[in-house]
Design a protein around this ligand. Structure first.
Ligand code: SF4
Length: 366
């Protein structure tokens, strides 16, 4: 198999399993991964256009009950305390309006795995956000019954997530000792079989082989309603059970997986939820992100975006000690500077924010 020829063919048709494995093996060096990225961005542009979507995040809605916690999770660090919300339906409306004010059109309702609470809690929040005109996707682990999925579909959910992280059973049980790959597969099929668009996450750098990644990606490809691939890479929190046991990978591993995913899936959304490397994800073929937009937080609480952006974030008070914090003024500019477009609502809201903050609506005044 020739490298250049494989990429040339990939411009016109989806790559095969063998070609995907070949590309993982061949693109460890810059001269070749840059060519891989070039092919992936060409396919993205041809199949999806030039729009990069930035979703809002409303996580921590449900306290996770997985025990013991996944080893890479913040729950597995000493002293971790769940930052749950205590918001009323009235406040939810205010939160929805704050998201809209930032230009956000779509919000993730996220939470941990808790079969007792997840379905009803998500449905309650989903109703309010949908009535407010927001699109919504859901990510609460293997904690939903078929009736919940059907009700969410009736309410117009955009998509529902079931993430495997890895489909290598030995590694799954090693890093997620309290979780069940079988339940996650069952949920993915339930979502797919009910005609609801499916999101799923693949995590790189946890000891999996290239063959594991290829098998995982092609398992997802078999699901006819597979809608969005999310790619992550292992991060080790200080004092977590993984500290000192594994060296986390470079983000390049996630980027190569994004690019090969783009050559396999072609026209679906590919998402990497890490705002620090937006340009890398754009170069690799991604076209959507969460944690790079607006998010609901307890004031002063933990926020992925807040750890990264030191200036330019917008803070909207939503009462009761919470705020919607938007890093869109920064990330929208990054994306446009990298040659892609953001949603018109985001562009307008960010321009207005810059104008009120700096007197300049061009988004160049930092
Ligand atoms: S299921 Fe998610 S929230 Fe729960 S322990 Fe695992 S990573 Fe953490």
């Amino acid at each position: 198999m020739e490298f250049e020829e494989t990429l040339q063919i990939a411009l016109d048709r989806a790559i095969t399993r063998e070609e995907a494995l070949f590309l993982f093996e061949e693109t460890e060096k810059p001269a070749k991964y840059l060519k891989l990225f070039e092919a992936a961005t060409a396919v993205r542009e041809k199949e999806c256009g030039n729009l990069f979507r930035l979703d809002g995040w409303m996580g921590s809605n449900i306290e996770c009950k997985i025990d013991p916690p996944c080893k890479y999770c913040r729950r597995a660090t000493p002293g971790y305390k769940w930052e749950g919300w205590n918001v009323s339906a009235g406040q939810l409306k205010e939160i929805a309006e704050a998201f809209k004010r930032t230009g956000t059109t779509t919000v993730e309702i996220g939470g941990g795995t808790n079969p007792e609470d997840a379905g009803p809690t998500v449905i309650e929040i989903l109703k309010v956000l949908r009535e407010s005109g927001l699109d919504v996707w859901v990510n609460v682990g293997p904690a939903l019954e078929e009736e919940h999925i059907q009700e969410m579909k009736r309410l117009g959910v955009e998509s529902i997530t079931s993430s495997f992280e890895t489909m290598n059973e030995r590694i799954f049980h090693e890093i997620k000792p309290g979780d069940s790959l079988e339940k996650r597969k069952e949920l993915a099929h339930l979502i797919n079989d009910n005609g609801v668009p499916l999101i799923s996450v693949i995590m790189t750098g946890i000891g999996e082989s290239y063959q594991d990644r290829v098998d995982h990606l092609f398992y997802l490809k078999e699901l006819e309603n597979f809608y969005q691939l999310a790619v992550s890479w292992l991060k080790v929190h200080p004092k977590s059970p993984l500290e000192g046991t594994i060296i986390p990978p470079s983000p390049i591993e996630a980027a190569r997986t994004v690019a090969i995913g783009r050559l396999i899936f072609r026209d679906i959304y590919i998402n990497v939820s890490d705002p620090q490397h937006i340009q890398l994800w754009i170069m690799a073929g991604a076209n959507r992100m969460v944690h790079a937009g607006a998010s609901l937080h307890e004031k002063g609480g933990f926020s992925i975006g807040g750890q990264w952006v030191s200036t330019g974030a917008e803070h909207i008070d939503v009462g009761n000690g919470y705020e919607v914090m938007s890093i869109l003024p920064v990330t929208a500019r990054y994306i446009m500077d990298a040659g892609m477009e953001v949603e018109p609502t985001v562009q307008k809201a960010v321009g207005e924010y810059w104008e009120s903050a700096t007197g300049d609506a061009t988004m160049k005044a930092v």
